[in-house]
Design a protein around this ligand. Structure first.
Ligand SMILES: [Zn+2]
Ligand SMILES: [Zn+2]
Length: 360
């Protein structure tokens, strides 16, 4: 793992070539390469990446499921590492600090959403950690790499109680679930259902349980029932069984759907209490049908939610450390990324792949 300063750069801060795994073109397998990281600016930290989670959206983007991708593409927005250099104006971090970076590395910083800590909904659009253009026009490269340079404003602290490998997936999967659980006030006395027990869902079960809610997993089959109960669910139902929808009618205050397969929205809305909310954090690529009477009767809410802001991501990490929560992971070497992608697509992972960056 070596950083070589660009040969002809005579400034104090150097752009650096670092190792990474990239997809050279849409749908191409990932391969080892080198990329340029920008010089460490006044407000930047240089992070020695230790671990990087594999998110389902990495696969979507590499395979161009969401439109035009920027190639070569270095995916990864579940990044955990250690600060190895700080710019002169950095105030919140020091060399040796354990830190994380999630789904975005910048935003406009001036719109109403940025000012209230909802940078993920920035009016000008957040700058994605990869597959995006930085404010200076350079492509961003993600966490499947040995090093990352990022503004301290978009960096969060990983508390000492949280191991870096199990913390990495919290930077996307963790905050994706934590934010709606907090927004819709999951807690004691609340009935919360999590649809799908995968990379997102398993963390949702843990966090919802730690918040004090009574948690139910709704999964296609009962195959993962034992895991679900171990993770903190009190109940586990198979959605493949029609009787489930009769038995659970009107049961929940909040349902979080983590699945990207099209849901029968009317059936799930039927499981809500009056004023309940069905919140989608997974999204199918095609539009889905809805009978509006499913929300009119019972004043129900059909909503979506996307990751969380920087302050809320920090709050989530502190909460997870306090409750001893991390992701359930399978640690892999970088050479196994392509194989891991196939296994994610086959739902054959318990529950998140994490790349050991020392193998890149
Ligand atoms: Zn993600
Ligand atoms: Zn903004």
């Amino acid at each position: 793992m070596s950083v070589t300063h660009a040969a002809r750069d005579t400034h104090a801060a150097h752009a650096t070539r670092v190792a990474a795994y990239a997809a050279p073109a849409a749908k191409a397998p990932l391969e080892r390469t080198t990329i340029t990281r920008r010089p460490v600016g006044a407000h930047d930290v240089l992070i020695d990446i230790k671990y990087s989670g594999i998110c389902h959206s990495d696969i979507h983007q590499v395979r161009d499921g969401w439109g035009e991708g920027i190639y070569p593409m270095v995916p990864g927005h579940e990044i955990a590492g250690v600060v190895s250099e700080v710019g002169p104006a950095v105030t919140r971090f020091s060399v040796g600090d354990r830190v994380g970076v999630g789904c975005f590395v910048d935003s406009c910083r001036t719109c109403a959403y940025c000012l209230r800590g909802q940078e993920q909904y920035c009016a000008e659009g957040m700058t994605g950690t990869y597959n995006a253009l930085d404010r200076n026009g350079d492509p961003t490269y993600g966490g499947y790499s040995t090093h990352l340079v990022v503004d301290e404003k978009y960096t969060v602290r990983i508390p000492d109680g949280l191991a870096l490998d199990v913390a990495a997936p919290l930077l996307c999967a963790g905050i994706t679930l934590y934010s709606p659980l907090k927004h819709w006030q999951a807690g004691p006395g609340k009935q919360v259902a999590v649809v799908g027990l995968g990379g997102l869902g398993h963390i949702g079960v843990k966090i919802a349980h730690a918040l004090g809610a009574e948690v139910t997993v709704l999964s296609q089959t009962l195959r993962k029932k034992e895991d679900g109960l171990k993770l903190g669910a009190s109940h586990f139902y198979a959605t493949g069984d029609e009787a489930t929808f009769e038995e659970l009618a009107g049961r929940f205050d909040l349902i979080l759907s983590t699945v990207s397969a099209p849901l029968g929205l009317d059936a799930y809305l039927g499981l809500l209490k009056v004023d309940g909310a069905l919140v989608n954090v997974g999204a199918p690529e095609e539009p889905v049908a809805l009978n509006l009477f499913s929300v009119i009767g019972g004043r129900k809410t059909l909503a979506g939610s996307m990751i969380g802001g920087i302050a809320e991501t920090q709050e989530m990490l502190d909460f997870c450390a306090e409750h001893g929560l991390g992701a359930e992971i399978e640690l892999i070497a970088a050479g196994q990324i392509n194989e891991a992608y196939e296994r994610v697509l086959a739902s054959d992972v318990r529950y998140r792949f994490v790349i050991d960056a020392s193998t890149i």
